[in-house]
Design a binder for this molecule. Structure first.
Ligand SMILES: [Mn+2]
Length: 318
């Protein structure tokens, strides 16, 4: 039985494969549309529409046909990617309880990761990261997390909900497979209280405020990320500056520029294995200006994807 539903159109020109029995791939894109809602939130929230909104723009940000040069990759994406690249569709919640939905999402990611795919997850809100981390934990694959976000996301729970968008990095800190984390772009106020900041520091998370990034550049951020561990990257779109990612629920001025985010991913992908990336928290209803948030997200995805696979001659890809 298919666990996902067909997207309105595929990511770039990737073949759509909904049957998990056929998910043997080197690169896989999958939408995780839902997470567990807070009582005060609209459900389904607007972020559930983001995977197809990103895909809808993908013809604009990449031809992917092996014929058009991509100056950010110094190659064509289609030429550097392996042939086994698939779009697995959207994993959406039906009438099932949230425990069952999270289990289904974890199982889907487990199939992809065990099969050796580099996974690109289109959220959904930031709770969509949790089943990905659960899958990495289940298969015992150690990772170091690189997190771009305006917010800390270290709440143990909000209103009794433990798998919501305020909690993914706290959740990560409880998992054996997570060796550590660097959190970049923190600014303004969000759900974090002083206790969550203290807990993140006590755990050993490397916190870089947007101001610290601006003052010190990417060097200290890159130095905080160990080179001997595979990475998992999670990008909350509100970590980017609203000038390049206005389509979010909680815009916070002063975020990462597009160029420095792309440079961060480029350096990391060339330097060490990256098992996967998620981009979450895009709200298409606020992305009315040329869908620039979805285009930014798609470009970041293709930048990491392309540089990862272009580097395969020099080192293991995953
Ligand atoms: Mn977040």
């Amino acid at each position: 039985m298919d666990t996902t539903t067909a997207p309105a159109r595929p990511f770039i020109d990737f073949p759509v494969v909904l049957d998990p029995a056929r998910w043997q791939a080197d690169v896989a894109v999958i939408g995780i549309t839902h997470s567990e809602p807070y009582a005060f939130d609209e459900q389904p929230n607007d972020q559930t529409r983001a995977p197809d909104a990103i895909r809808a723009q993908s013809g604009l940000f990449c031809y992917g046909d092996g014929k058009h040069f991509d100056f950010d990759l110094d190659a064509d994406l289609g030429a550097v990617l392996p042939p086994r690249r698939i779009d697995c569709g959207n994993l959406s919640r039906g009438a099932e309880p949230y425990d069952a939905y999270f289990e289904r999402a974890t199982g889907a990611l487990e199939i992809l990761l065990r099969g050796g795919a580099q996974v690109f997850v289109l959220g959904g809100d930031h709770g969509a990261t949790i089943p990905v981390l659960n899958a990495l934990e289940r298969i015992g694959r150690p990772v170091y997390i690189v997190h771009v976000d305006a917010h800390l996301d270290w709440r143990q729970e909000v209103g009794g909900v433990r798998r919501g968008y305020s909690s993914p990095l706290y959740w990560a800190s409880t998992l054996k497979c997570v060796a550590g984390m660097t959190q970049i772009g923190l600014r303004g106020t969000g759900s974090a209280r002083p206790g969550e900041v203290a807990a993140a520091r006590a755990y050993g998370s490397n916190l870089f405020s947007a101001r610290a990034l601006r003052a010190g550049g990417l060097g200290p951020v890159l130095d905080s990320i160990p080179t001997d561990l595979p990475l998992y990257v999670t990008i909350d779109a509100d970590g980017l500056d609203p000038s390049v990612a206005p389509g979010v629920m909680a815009p916070a001025p002063g975020g990462l520029g597009y160029g420095e985010t792309a440079e961060l991913l480029t350096v990391l992908a060339r330097r060490q294995p990256v098992v996967g990336l998620d981009i979450v928290e895009i709200a298409p209803k606020f992305d009315a200006t040329n869908a620039i948030t979805c285009i930014s997200a798609g470009r970041l995805i293709t930048t990491l994807m392309g540089h990862s696979w272009a580097a395969r001659a020099r080192r293991p890809i995953l």
